[in-house]
Structure formats: C-alpha cells, structure tokens
Write a new protein. Sequence first.
Length: 236
Amino acid sequence: MFNTAAEVSNFVAEEIIKQVADNANTNLGVATGRTMDAIYHKFVQLAVAKKMDFSKMKAFAVDEYIGLAKGSRNSYERYLHLHLFDQLNFTPENLFVPETHLNDVDKVCADYENAIKSAGGIDLQLLGIGLNGHIGLNEPGSAIDSRTRVVGLTSSTRNSNKVLFRSEEVPLTAVTMGIGTILESKRCLLVATGETKADIVQRVVNGDINSKVPATALKQHQNILMVLDKHAAKLI
C-alpha cells in the first residue's frame, strides 16, 4: 500500500521497466482507463530517460469496444496509441488490439487467443478494477474459465465510462480477454486508487471467489500483486 496515487503509478511504472529490462521480448498485457493514465505517463518518462528499446516487445490490449468506427477517438486502441504505443519505439506488428470492426467477431476472439498463445503467453498483465469488480470487461457473472469473447456491458460500466465519450454513444458490447486468459498470465498487477474503489477492494480482499465479483478470481493467480493507495485500501 502507498500513501498516494502518484506513488502507486511510480511503483507500477518501475515494475514494467524492470520486466522489460530483464526480458526485451516481454509480452505485456495492457489495460486502459483513468487509473492507467498516470502509470503510462510515468512509464514513458522513465523509458525515454533510460533510452530503452521496445522494438521486440509485444503488447496485448485487454479489451476493445464493439460498434465504434475504425480509428474512433473513443476506442481503447486510440487510447493505447495516445498514451503508450506512439510514445516509444514499439514495432506496429507487435501491437495487438481486438479488431472489433471486422464482421466475424467470433473469429476475431479466437484469433486473439491464438495470438497470445503463439507469443508464449502474457508475461506481465496490468489490470484496473471496476466499481462492480470487473477486470478487463469481464462483468459480474463471468465464468472463471472464460476466454476472449464478446460481452455485454452493464449499465454501471456504461455510465462510468460515459464521461469519457464524445460524439458517440457508449457501446453496449465489447471484446475482452476472458478471466481464464488473464489467469494464465505469468504475473499480474491489479491497481486501484482513490476512495471510490475502497468498497470493491474490500470485497475482493475479504470475500470468497465468486462470479458476482469477477476480480475475486485473481485469488487463484499464482503471482499477483494488488497495488493500492491508502484511500483504496481504507476498508481493509
């Protein structure tokens, strides 16, 4: 636990730096959302200062909306390019985001799973947590062995994300890595900051594994670290 969200961001950024320094071929699972903004900002700062090479590294987005126009400023692909991919020397062919604009979305999901497996699996998975306990966009009720698939978004998730949208409605569906996919990552960092996350963090830490709170499935992960500031941790 850290005193401030800034300290959380610094710690997580440094952990990614260490991972890539140890293995230039790292496969990184990248999350999106407001919690990640400061993490990626700090990570890019450190990486530039250290003149690190990311040309061999692969990055896999956790999720992507369905129904947005290709290149939409509201897409997670656009977010990742803005905050991360375009800031460092990633190789375009090594960047993976579900291509939800294609017609056969079921094939997109299957291909995404295959791409992760072909790369050797996720070495370090970054995750935020939703107010309802979702990880990625695995909403309450998601199976613990679920794979990359199409999911419906709850009204609470859509309302939470509404403030980020301009000129488009928040989509009703998305593609997300499944909980089973996430659990196969070699290491996972679950990040939560701010008092609004205190209740769900308490439910995850003190509750049993159950599909009503998807993040509780991470209790089965063999190498997970929950990174919190004091406000998110206030109820535990």
